[in-house]
Design a binder for this molecule. Structure first.
Ligand code: ZN
Length: 330
């Protein structure tokens, strides 16, 4: 069974978004709204020192009340491989699932997919690296072999009535190989689409994307598969995170990952910043007339919480400075 999301994206409005606007308003083809996936609890915390289970549950519950509609909550990986995610079962059992939120789990293989599906996850994410070297370092298999596994994961998800997103990591470059050609990345994504992926996400694993490269890759994918929802996952490792979002918005992309406070890091560059910060994304696009459904103050509060949990200063600038209209007593 395939959930009927095809052709609609997760919250996009498409080119018709600019219709019906008042005369004198600046013409824009930007989506009317975007769908943000909060990945702080998974991608963020996976790249931080381990935190207590209780704190994770509280963070997810808090995020569930910000208006965000998608949360990447956990990953079902071997505890020996990633100790930060060893308590995935407890976290998943402990959170209060909000009916308005779609929770997802990242799975590394078929075994992980079974675990997630048995626990009632309706959305799983399977990941493959566009770079062969990166994929081999991660899972000791070639990209092609991983794609074979992912075809089985997709089938299994569909058999259980769940959706499967295929994440193509190192989509804008690899720490071992350098640039990864657009054609190669697009080819990996096309194979996943052919195997039934419900959506594709391109991950900028080490923050190598720039607006020009976002246009090249997202443009190529959108032309090849206009009916397949595309999600983009940027890291702000080199400061181009929000510029990349803007370039993608101009192409009509409307699904983005972000992490509260900018939680996380880069596994290949100790001390580097992590995902783009959710509150910075919301702050920027809402001012452009692009709705997120997310309450900015609520997500800033959640970011302050995340900072307390982690015990270090998080990189989000909106967390530091507050919304642009914040005033001080004259
Ligand atoms: Zn990431």
């Amino acid at each position: 069974m395939r959930p009927e999301r095809r052709g609609k994206g997760n919250g996009s409005s498409g080119p018709e978004a600019s219709e019906g606007k008042k005369k004198g308003q600046i013409m824009t083809d930007l989506p009317e709204r975007i769908s943000v996936r909060e990945v702080g609890p998974r991608d963020g915390l996976q790249n931080e020192d381990p935190v207590p289970t209780r704190a994770k549950i509280e963070l997810i519950d808090r995020l569930s009340k910000t208006g965000v509609r998608r949360i990447e909550a956990v990953s079902f990986v071997r505890p020996e491989a990633i100790p930060q995610m060893a308590d995935a079962d407890e976290v998943w059992r402990g959170i209060q699932r909000a009916p308005s939120v779609r929770y997802s789990a990242l799975v590394p293989n078929l075994r992980g997919a079974h675990r997630a599906l048995e626990r009632g996850l309706a959305e799983i994410e399977a990941v493959v690296s566009a770079s062969d070297t990166h994929n081999r370092k991660n899972v000791n298999r070639s990209t092609e072999e991983s794609l074979d596994d992912i075809a089985m994961i997709i089938d299994e998800a569909h058999r259980r009535g769940a959706a499967c997103q295929v994440i193509v990591s190192t989509a804008w470059g690899c720490p071992y190989e350098g640039d990864v050609p657009v054609q190669r990345v697009a080819g990996v994504a096309s194979r996943a689409v052919a195997d039934g992926a419900d959506s594709i996400s391109f991950g900028d694993t080490t923050g190598m994307a720039t607006p020009r490269r976002v246009r090249e890759l997202a443009g190529a994918f959108r032309s090849a598969h206009p009916e397949v929802p595309l999600n983009l996952h940027f890291h702000n490792t080199r400061g181009t995170g929000l510029a990349n979002v803007l370039a993608a918005l101009e192409l009509g992309v409307s699904d983005f990952d972000a992490s509260v406070g900018g939680l996380g890091g880069c596994p290949y560059a100790p001390g580097a910043t992590g995902n783009i910060a959710t509150e910075e994304l919301v702050h920027m696009v809402e001012d452009m007339g692009v709705a997120t459904g997310i309450d900015l103050d609520a997500v800033i509060d959640a970011a302050a919480d995340a900072e307390r949990i982690i015990g270090r200063t998080l990189p989000s600038q909106v967390l530091r400075a507050g919304p642009r209209t914040r005033t001080i007593p004259a």
